[in-house]
Design a protein around this ligand. Sequence first.
Ligand SMILES: [Zn+2]
Length: 45
Amino acid sequence: MQMISPVQFFKSLPPKQCTECGDNIVEQAESYLLECDRCLSKKDE
Ligand SMILES: [Zn+2]
């Protein structure tokens, strides 16, 4: 039986990638954004 700690589980998840430019997104708590800050700020104009 293999025990996987929650920390290891989250570390094993692939990083999110921006749907616009493909950059990895730094995960933030309660963040459901699909785009990186750079692309979001572009759209803000
Ligand atoms: Zn982006």
